[in-house]
Design a binder for this molecule. Structure first.
Ligand SMILES: [Zn+2]
Ligand SMILES: [Zn+2]
Length: 173
């Protein structure tokens, strides 16, 4: 919540606000998100206009998640920009219109705006790297560690010979 009273209501008056806030829950998507309570840095410009307060801002925060292919942990940074008009609520309760953000008692709630901006900016399938080869579909091994491994030849012919020798060796006694 951000108090806009210092801004005043004279159209054209502006204020720059920088602050750090703890991230709310669910700031992101299931596989990649800003951890709850992690620091979110906000740089905002508030501008009084006839109908309300126009908010233009940038948010930066750290992300944590996992690669959609190999499930390795990912950390990343996100920077999103957003702009929204918060309408004064002087004229009674808002009409049934979810598209309009309202100021409530000169306070504006940035959380829905921030969440929308972050979710839109996130990749649908986060990857640890663009060329992540993922996991082997047969055994689940990380292909980045073992790119050449294959399941086609069950036993290397050279080792097959050794196996035969071992199994056919006579008992020691
Ligand atoms: Zn990966
Ligand atoms: Zn495998």
């Amino acid at each position: 919540m951000l108090d806009t009273r210092e801004l005043g209501r004279r159209p054209g008056s502006q204020r720059e606000v920088s602050r750090s806030v703890p991230a709310p829950a669910d700031l992101g998507i299931e596989v990649l998100a800003v951890p709850e309570g992690a620091q979110v840095d906000l740089d905002l410009r508030l501008e009084a206009v006839m109908e309300g307060v126009l908010v233009t801002g940038t948010a930066t925060a750290g992300l944590e998640g996992e690669c959609a292919r190999c499930l390795d942990p990912i950390t990343d940074q996100i920077e999103v920009t957003f702009q929204e008009l918060f309408v004064y609520d002087d004229h009674g309760p808002p009409e049934e219109d979810d598209e309009v953000s309202m100021l409530e008692d000169d306070l504006l709630d940035l959380e829905p705006l921030l969440r929308d901006a972050v979710v839109l900016a996130l990749p649908f399938q986060p990857l640890c790297g663009d060329d992540c080869p993922g996991l082997c579909t047969e055994c689940g091994a990380r292909l980045a560690d073992d790119p050449d491994h294959t399941h086609e030849a069950a036993i290397d012919p050279r080792w097959a010979g050794l196996t035969a020798l071992t199994t056919e060796a006579p008992p020691e006694d």
